[in-house]
Design a protein around this ligand. Structure first.
Ligand SMILES: O=C(O)COP(=O)(O)O
Ligand SMILES: [Mg+2]
Length: 225
């Protein structure tokens, strides 16, 4: 059972935005510049969610866990950053129902914030280019604070900004990091079924609810206590 929150914080990659087409394009362009084999979108999809630095490390070793050679990473990371700065929103799109869902939440008077592990220099242009930046009174990016999700600090930072208690707060996300951060912060957590969760079903992380489109949040909130 969901309790009606005063504030809702929403994740970016895999929740608002299907950003993998740009991220995978940049990963493969970087791999090509390094004379290494390309990975393609399906693999990159499983590596998104812990920030671009971690994504580059995963691409260099071709798997989720582990560390690349330090010198190779030092060469690769600036290449990726330059590519992604030019390709933040060229191929990325809002998921179906996102704009309608945000319009509903805004009209219903919820305090809205955005909490992502994406670095601020990419989050802000991406949300602006897709026309959704203005829904959010605060955007907490992966490098806004020393800690990022699954740490609860970015969520608590936004709650403090709005002067809202965690017990009156909800996070909407797509990955186990969103669930862990929400549980640690004392927030409710609703997850999207379609997002990126390293290839695992998000239901296994036991969020409070799972929805197939942001428009479905209306039904959840209108039934809430
Ligand atoms: O991996 C990233 O860059 C960001 O992922 P998030 O928006 O799902 O937190
Ligand atoms: Mg996400």
């Amino acid at each position: 059972m969901i309790n009606k929150p005063d504030m809702i914080l929403i994740d970016v990659d895999g929740t608002l935005v299907d950003s993998v087409p740009d991220l995978a394009w940049c990963v493969d362009a970087m791999m090509q510049q390094l004379d290494m084999p390309a990975h393609g979108e399906a693999k990159v999809r499983n590596w998104v969610g812990n920030g671009v630095e971690r994504l580059v490390r995963r691409a260099l070793i071709g798997q989720l866990e582990g560390e690349p050679d330090a010198a190779l990473f030092e060469r690769a990371y600036p290449i990726f950053l330059e590519l992604y700065a030019e390709n933040t929103s060229k191929r990325s799109v809002l998921y179906p129902g996102v704009r309608e869902g945000l319009d509903y939440l805004k009209a219903a008077g919820y305090k809205l914030g955005c909490v992502t592990n994406k670095a601020a220099r990419f989050t802000e242009p991406l949300l602006r280019d897709l026309g959704v930046a203005d829904y959010f009174a605060i955007i907490v990016s992966g490098d806004t604070l020393p800690q990022s999700k699954p740490d609860p600090a970015p969520l608590l930072h936004a709650a403090e900004f709005f002067g809202v208690q965690p017990t009156h707060s909800m996070m909407v996300g797509d990955s186990v990091s969103d669930v862990k951060a929400s549980r640690a912060a004392g927030f409710q957590i609703v997850c999207m079924s379609y997002g990126y969760n390293h290839g695992n079903d998000i239901r296994d992380a036991r969020p409070d609810a799972v929805i197939d489109a942001l428009t479905e949040i209306r039904g959840l909130l209108e039934q809430a206590a």
